[in-house]
Design a protein around this ligand. Structure first.
Ligand SMILES: CC(C)(COP(=O)(O)OP(=O)(O)OC[C@H]1O[C@@H](n2cnc3c(N)ncnc32)[C@H](O)[C@@H]1OP(=O)(O)O)[C@@H](O)C(=O)NCCC(=O)NCCS
Length: 172
């Protein structure tokens, strides 16, 4: 059981042994992760892909997974913060960790797919609002065969822009 403490999260590298804790995080977010196979998909991604986790008092409360799309773009495949720890800045910390990874590896772009506006999910409206506030742009909505034909929204950000925000330069 996760207890909210309001403490600053420590960000570290995700290990394959964290997969079970990551599944518990998404289990707390049924509005986003109740589609068939969601928990198995998250278990698979978190045990095989690179990423970062956020811990509060040693307990995993959030994670992000990534994979290289092309030499110049890294895709965020999953990002989640436990329901009891949302809106405390932890998702932003995880996104900045991805941006720093891009900088280290000279990867310019961060991209992602999320459920698009046509799907009409109030949950995913919040997700898109978070990414936009973090410095991502909406690119295009498309019907995604891999998601059973659901509408997905392509979003992207310059990694350097996300780090400018970190250094206090602000987003335009
Ligand atoms: C999306 C998610 C990862 C964001 O993490 P978080 O820790 O809750 O977000 P943060 O506290 O870092 O928010 C950063 C900024 O995003 C914006 N934001 C966050 N949630 C928002 C919402 N529901 N509506 C509008 N803006 C929002 C705010 O501007 C916030 O800054 P502020 O606190 O200074 O106002 C998290 O809420 C989550 O796990 N959501 C459910 C699953 C999900 O959407 N995953 C991603 C796609 S699958």
């Amino acid at each position: 059981m996760v207890e909210p403490l309001g403490a600053v999260a420590e960000i570290g590298l995700l290990r394959s042994s964290d997969a079970r804790d990551c599944v518990e995080v998404v289990r707390s977010l049924p509005g986003w992760f109740s589609y068939p196979g969601a928990l198995d998909d998250v278990a698979s991604a978190t045990s095989s892909q690179e990423g970062f986790c956020a811990r509060v008092d040693g307990q995993l409360v959030g994670f992000v997974t990534v994979r290289l799309s092309f030499a110049e773009s890294l895709e965020i495949t999953y990002l989640a913060v436990h329901a009891m720890y949302r809106n405390k800045g932890i998702g932003s910390q995880l996104v900045r960790a991805v941006a720093r990874l891009c900088k280290e590896r000279s990867i310019e772009l961060i991209c992602l797919l999320t459920l698009g506006p046509t799907a009409g999910s109030s949950f995913y409206e919040e997700t898109v609002a978070f990414y936009r506030a973090s410095g991502f742009w909406r690119v295009r909505e498309l019907q995604n065969a891999e998601w059973g034909g659901a509408y997905s929204l392509v979003m992207t950000a310059l990694a350097s822009r996300l780090l400018e925000a970190e250094s206090g330069d602000g987003l335009t």
